[in-house]
Write a protein that binds this ligand. Sequence first.
Ligand SMILES: [Zn+2]
Length: 279
Amino acid sequence: MTSAINWHTKLQRKLQIQFSLHFDTAWRIGSGKEGETLSDLGVVLDPSGQPVLPGSSLKGRLRSTCETLAHALGLSACMLDSAVSNCECSSDVQYYRRVREDYRKASQAGVAERLEWIEKHTCDVCKLYGSPVMAGRLRISDGTIEDWAEVIQVRDGVVIDRDSQTAVDGLKYDYEVVPPGSRFRVTIDVENYSDADLALLGAAIFEWSSGSTVGGFTSRGLGRFHLEDVCIRGVDLSDPNQRIQFLTNRTAEDRLTDLGNWEEFFSSKIESAVSTQST
Ligand SMILES: [Zn+2]
């Protein structure tokens, strides 16, 4: 069980994925207050007035992409609701309530027993993204802006009556959007990943490359994006050469080893996940 403790407490290996996220349409991630333009619904801007693409929003979206693809890979996803997914995972409040005493006993028995319990009672998606009993293995940066139109647009919305499905007279509001064509550089880091983590993440990167959505009002056509210039780097500290490279360089580019073509890399991980399930 020493190996299980090492696995969770020491960096063994790390994968870094970087890409440019291109918005094909306008998009908005709401600030929850009035906008700079005094519209009713603002977008999140940094102090210099540039739009912010928060890592937390991207992570939430990436997680839900992984959830929808998990079954195709033969992996488990609790969807944070065991009753709906039929998958028992400690992230589901109802399930956790039932096994809480069991978890408490395992925790008292020692670190190895606690980790073993978590491994057994956590779905594949929550192992990657984290659960109430264990931190996740994945981090995602805020987007670094590469290009944008340098203006915020304001659009009109009308309030729709849910019963009649028609506009309610006189009830209008407006909301801010970032115009189409903006582009952000994003970095994802995954530490001590498993084969299942790479299959899930790889399938999600393929999905995002073909096109996905993020942010608010996606049902009105906002928030469509795709990925370009995906590159992957990594380090495996069990390899002495990679270890020296990692420990003696300053920039991420130099510390990590280029892993080549991302499509080939992730295809092989996805193929082995699928074939493991069908054998
Ligand atoms: Zn779960």
